[in-house]
Ligand binder design. Structure first.
Ligand SMILES: [Fe+2]
Ligand SMILES: [Fe+2]
Length: 144
């Protein structure tokens, strides 16, 4: 591997670590929202969020494993989570985060393939698919 390729992998690992931080953020944000969202119209979505949170934990584990596998140190920094003013704004914040993650994982999947890391790309596939599901669930809940 040339030094130029090595630098690319390092940048890729740094981005995976940022992804890991966003998953920690998801876990905290969903924990908070599951406990605080109220209103009959949102009863169903709380069950969805409970499913999401288990998947976010597995996403964090996949990302930490891939960082470690590629020679990096998995991040332990958690981005701050803002309090939402009401239930609808809480779900909008969740949708923003999931939409951002979907874009991040699309980029990461393409970058992994560019770096000839097909195994890493495959490890990211469930994150891509499940994040798209989470975006769809939240859009449905918000009536968008
Ligand atoms: Fe996730
Ligand atoms: Fe998610």
């Amino acid at each position: 591997m040339t030094s130029e390729e090595q630098m690319d992998v390092e940048t890729f690992v740094a981005l995976l670590n940022e992804d890991l931080g966003t998953e920690y953020q998801s876990i905290i944000q969903y924990t908070n929202h599951i406990a605080t969202i109220t209103g009959a119209e949102f009863l169903g979505v709380i069950d969805e969020l409970k499913l999401h949170i288990g998947q976010e934990l597995s996403h964090a584990q996949v990302l930490a494993e891939q960082v470690s596998f590629l020679g990096g140190e998995p991040a332990t920094i958690v981005p701050s989570v803002e309090r939402a003013s009401d239930s609808r704004n809480a779900l909008k914040a969740d949708l923003r985060l999931e939409t951002d993650q979907l874009e991040r994982y699309r980029q990461r999947f393409a970058q992994a393939n560019e770096l000839n890391l097909a195994d890493v790309a495959e490890a990211l596939r469930p994150l891509l698919e499940q994040t798209q599901e989470h975006v769809r669930d939240l859009r449905t809940a918000l009536g968008d």
